[in-house]
Ligand binder design. Structure first.
Ligand SMILES: Nc1ncnc2c1ncn2[C@@H]1O[C@H](COP(=O)(O)OP(=O)(O)OP(=O)(O)O)[C@@H](O)[C@H]1O
Ligand SMILES: [Mg+2]
Length: 583
């Protein structure tokens, strides 16, 4: 058995008792069918014989009882197998999510969200559909196959042997078709992933779609991908429909051989016609389980195709992991040092030879043109990625030698992208520290100048941010993110354009709150507006991934480097703004 199948079945194993129950009751259903067929003969005989009316009355009652037992068994069989399948699928989905959410940032740079979601829904469902059906079906079909084989060999072992030469012949085409089915299933799921990505991107970017009026274009793209899915799935349909006729054709060879050999035996008087008749009947009946086994095999192949995609994602290797001898850090003092740090996402270097030393409690400003590597530098500090060269030290420890969970506790981040979750305002703030009290949440919101606008929302702190009518403005979202970071109360604070969406007035207020917060904390501030970093202890100027200047505002303005040029530009703009002149 292939490793993928073994692993899939492993998910069903904990529910073996449900599967067993289901298999047992499927046997009862089969037995009832057999009993019904068997009873037809004696009952009819008695009715036609015309006496013994007592038994005649029992017949309708018997039929009802038979079907009652059959109905109950069928119900139990159905419920248990579906339950087992759903339980297994639930475990797979949990594992998938758990593995995926722990992946490092590099994984998420590679993976499209829509494709991940499609794997989690479509692929896992496809996986389960096949497996639960097959596990009991296999059992039932094998049993009836063995029974019928018994009849065949009991009747005439020589004939049975002849016909049996044929059955192995069905294996090769079955395998060939199975392989094709697996590929087709995998490809169609690939395309489905692309479809998911298109949907995810266009629905979440609906504003841009509307603003640029590209509904028609994205619809065309969607239709094209959807058509592509149909093409891929058509291959699956073709192959899986091919399986039965091919098997039947080959099996008919066996029947033809039996008719020929058996027929001549009957003619030469070595076998009775009734014997041959019953033999052929059993062989034809054998058709059904054999065909079912074949289609089960195909369903298994399809599941395997889906399972391969699912496990492949689950097994993606993480590069950011705890080393065996990683240390657990308590609250750090916040000394950060970068020694000759270089980094690249792909082939292009993004940071080159960066050397910095930041003392505990210092405020460091990272400035520089867009794309110069400021956000990347911040990501490296939190070990979202490992440096390509050099080392980053936190309180003297190489980041790679620190337990990830304890490293994570040292940082609070307000990101360029103001990410909030579909939850209440309070819970969004509490993300930073789930055990925080309501008072602490309110205190954080107050410090971030968010308290007032929160109180004006329909349900205050209990307002769900995704509810109708509670669309937050960019600045409001930013203040919630700041409150969240404040609540975390970490020794190192990273503010990536944290106040960019605020007007001058609220920026001043939030800035005050941040200034208070920066006391006794190492803070990295990334800002385009230089006015927010005037009093930084160090201003680090990045250009194309290299540190071109380091110093205080006074030092740098006095020089003639990039900073003084940027400052001159912004200063002039500000003056024009102050005088009400167009920039
Ligand atoms: N996830 C990523 N994968 C590949 N390249 C990336 C990734 N993120 C950023 N880059 C590249 O790295 C360089 C630095 O990006 P970064 O986001 O660090 O710039 P930045 O200084 O923060 O710019 P901005 O001021 O616009 O936010 C850019 O050239 C960008 O294209
Ligand atoms: Mg950035």
């Amino acid at each position: 058995m292939s490793p993928v199948l073994k692993r899939t079945l492993g998910y069903f194993l904990p529910y073996w008792w449900l599967m067993l129950l289901s298999a047992l009751f499927s046997l009862v259903v089969g037995a009832m069918d057999g009993a019904f067929a068997y009873l037809v003969e004696p009952v009819l005989k008695r009715i036609f014989a015309g006496h013994d009316t007592g038994i005649f009355l029992l017949v309708p009652v018997g039929i009802i009882i038979l079907f009652l037992v059959r109905g109950i068994s069928r119900y139990i069989y159905d419920v248990t197998i579906k339950l087992a399948g759903q339980k297994a699928i639930q475990d797979i989905r949990n594992d998938f999510y758990q593995q995926t959410i722990r992946q490092d940032m590099a994984f998420y740079n590679r993976q499209a969200t829509g494709d991940l979601m499609s794997r989690m829904t479509n692929d896992i469902t496809t996986m389960q559909e096949g497996m639960s059906q097959v596990v009991t079906g296999l059992f039932r079909d094998l049993i009836s196959m063995v029974a019928l084989l018994g009849v065949i060999f009991y009747r005439n072992w020589q004939l049975a042997t002849i016909s049996f030469i044929v059955f192995p012949l069905t294996i090769y085409p079955a395998q060939l078709i199975g392989k094709k089915i697996k590929h087709a299933a995998k490809r169609s799921l690939d395309v489905m992933g692309g479809l998911g990505t298109t949907m995810q991107e266009t629905f979440s970017g609906i504003k841009v779609v509307k603003a640029f009026g590209v509904e028609e274009q994205v619809t065309q793209r969607f239709k094209q991908e959807n058509l592509n899915f149909l093409h891929q799935f058509r291959r699956y349909i073709k192959y899986s429909s091919l399986a039965t006729p091919v098997t039947e054709l080959i099996v008919s060879l066996g029947i033809a051989a039996v008719v020929y050999v058996g027929g001549s035996q009957v003619m030469s008087g070595r076998m009775s016609p009734a014997e041959l008749f019953s033999f052929i009947a059993a062989m034809i009946m054998l058709f059904t389980p054999v065909k079912k086994l074949q289609s089960s095999y195909n369903i298994v192949q399809r599941s395997a195709g889906a399972a391969e995609r699912v496990f492949q994602t689950m097994d993606e290797r993480r590069s950011i992991v705890d080393h065996a001898d990683a240390v657990e850090l308590g609250r750090v003092s916040g000394r950060v040092a970068l020694r000759d740090v270089s980094f690249q996402y792909g082939d292009e270097p993004v940071l080159q030879g960066v050397n910095l030393t930041i003392e505990p409690g210092q405020m460091v400003a990272l400035v520089g043109p867009s794309g110069s590597g400021k956000s990347t530098l911040a990501a490296l500090l939190m070990r979202f990625y490992d440096v390509s060269h050099g080392v980053i030290l936190l309180d003297g420890h190489d980041l790679r030698e620190i337990r990830l969970a304890s490293l994570n506790r040292q940082f609070a981040l307000v990101d360029q992208e103001t990410t909030l979750f579909n939850d209440t305002i309070a819970n969004n703030i509490r993300y930073a520290r789930p055990e925080a009290t309501d008072e602490e949440v309110v205190a954080a919101a107050t410090a971030a100048f968010a308290h007032e606008f929160i109180l004006q929302l329909p349900d205050g702190y209990q307002t769900n941010i995704a509810d109708r009518g509670t669309r937050l403005s960019g600045g409001q979202r930013q203040r919630l993110c700041i409150a969240r970071a404040l609540l975390k109360d970490a020794p190192i604070l990273i503010l990536d354009e944290a106040t960019s969406a605020l007007d001058t007035e609220s920026e001043k207020m939030v800035q005050q709150a941040l200034d208070n917060l920066m006391q006794n904390r190492t803070t990295f501030v990334i800002a385009h507006r230089l006015s927010t970093v005037l009093h930084a202890d160090q201003i680090v100027v990045l250009e194309q991934g290299q540190v071109v200047e380091v110093g205080s505002h006074a030092d740098l303005v006095a020089g003639s480097g990039l900073y003084s040029r940027l400052h001159a530009l912004q200063f002039r703009d500000q003056e024009q703004l102050d005088q009400g002149l167009p920039a």
